[in-house]
Design a protein around this ligand. Structure first.
Ligand code: ADP
Ligand code: UDP
Length: 236
């Protein structure tokens, strides 16, 4: 597999073409941003943690019937993935109140919901990723009704699998963001990443935050949190 030209550089990853038109290589950086790019920094070793953790979780999801873009881990920071056309929606599942949910609806963090919630943001940096509903997504032509239903079903399935998986590691899966894409045949697969950048993880006993909130909120121990999650997933 030959790595060709860079097709995109995002806030946390670079994307490269390959000599196979159906495959991309993603390369994970240590760059961290928050608040729509307003806060910038570096989290040393983050790219390695996110790459390896995301690949591992995607393989678990595949085994549980969720199709993903994962093909092969090439190195600590680089992974071969199926090229998709990204559906421009950030799909957010929540099990426990936190972050913008707590802020927007005036509740404290840490309230466990009777059942998980789903919401969508329109993935558009210029607009600040505004919250939209599935009718808006359809009206804007971002996805078909069938695709939206598929995405909802897959997102809740991801939650069922990962919530149970992390519970066994002593970690509460508070909330997370997913992105989906279309393969060349039009089928929907899970894409992008699943990592401490895109999930909230709290220690099951102490509620200690083990995710990007340590960076967003200047809590300190940012690298330690990523390393701790790496340790929980892969062992010593
Ligand atoms: P951002 O674009 O939000 O700054 P990243 O730095 O993570 O995010 O950049 C990675 C980009 O690659 C994202 O825009 C993401 O939607 C896109 N992407 C993720 N997986 C795939 C894939 N399999 N095929 C094509 N694009 C992908
Ligand atoms: N999230 C993400 N990318 C975004 C926005 C949110 O990965 O652009 C994740 C975030 O890490 C958290 C979940 O989605 O796990 C819910 O985030 P929330 O809406 O509470 O927003 P935030 O508090 O991060 O602004």
């Amino acid at each position: 597999m030959e790595k060709l030209n860079q097709v995109y550089e995002g806030k946390a990853k670079k994307v490269f073409a390959t000599d196979d038109p159906e495959l991309f290589i993603v390369s994970y950086k240590d760059d961290a941003t928050a608040f729509n790019g307003l806060k910038k920094g570096t989290i040393s070793g983050k790219g390695v943690v996110n790459n390896k953790m995301s690949n591992y979780l995607m393989q678990i999801l595949e085994k549980n019937g969720v199709p993903t873009h994962f093909v092969e881990e090439l190195s600590d920071r680089e992974t071969l993935v199926k090229k998709v056309s990204i559906v421009p929606l950030e799909v957010i599942i929540r099990n426990v109140s936190a972050g913008s949910f707590a802020k927007n609806y005036g509740v404290e963090e840490g309230i466990t919901f009777p059942e998980p919630t789903i919401e969508f943001s329109y993935k558009n940096d210029d607009l600040g990723d505004p919250l939209i509903n599935s009718y808006h997504a359809f009206a804007l032509g971002l996805a078909t009704k069938e695709e939206i239903n598929t995405i909802k079903t897959m997102a809740f399935k991801v939650n069922d699998v990962l919530k149970e998986y992390f519970k066994n590691l002593g970690v509460k899966l508070i909330d997370f963001k997913l992105e989906f894409g279309r393969l060349s045949d039009g089928s929907i697969v899970l894409a992008d990443e699943i990592s401490p950048d895109t999930c909230r993880f709290w220690d099951i006993n102490t509620n200690e935050k083990l995710d990007k909130d340590r960076f967003r909120r200047d809590l300190g121990g940012v690298e330690d949190a990523y390393n701790e999650m790496m340790k929980r997933v892969f062992g010593e």
